[in-house]
Design a binder for this molecule. Structure first.
Ligand code: FES
Length: 139
């Protein structure tokens, strides 16, 4: 009576084998797809800024700098496009500077002013609103 409820030993081995085959194919498939240039798209994050910007017209967060100047709003990533260090904003020179290898980026456009970085900064979409949250930045 108990024998009927237990799986046949041959069946159990077949399930184990197919599961291992499944894991092996997954382990091989993903690196091949990465090598071919495929990346899994990241889900966007919506960062809500719940206060008005200071009179300086910019707000520095961990991941981006939000500007609201002259009726325009934009947000630039703080991740250097050279090797990924976190950028600092120099208000007097209106540039973002990298402390690692001294790349500089224009604060209005994110374009490279001085290398070794060659690519411009990532610009994030900003939605300005009348009520709280006053800004929504899509990263
Ligand atoms: S990491 Fe920024 S310049 Fe090298």
């Amino acid at each position: 009576m108990t024998r009927a409820s237990q799986p046949h030993p041959k069946n159990a081995n077949g399930k184990k084998r197919s599961f291992l085959l499944y894991l092996t194919s997954l382990a091989l498939f993903y690196p091949i797809m990465r090598f071919a240039g495929y990346t899994i798209p990241k889900k966007p994050d919506y960062v809500k800024i719940t206060s008005q910007l200071p009179l300086t017209g910019y707000l520095i967060t961990r991941d981006f700098i939000l500007f609201d100047k002259g009726g325009l709003c934009w947000a630039l990533s703080r991740k250097c496009t050279h090797l990924g260090c976190r950028l600092h904003y120099s208000e007097t020179r209106d540039i973002l500077e990298c402390p690692c290898h001294q790349s500089q980026f224009h604060a209005s456009t994110g374009n490279v002013v001085k290398g070794p970085a060659t690519k411009p900064l990532t610009q994030f979409p900003v939605e300005k609103r009348e009520n709280n949250p006053y800004y929504i930045v899509t990263t």
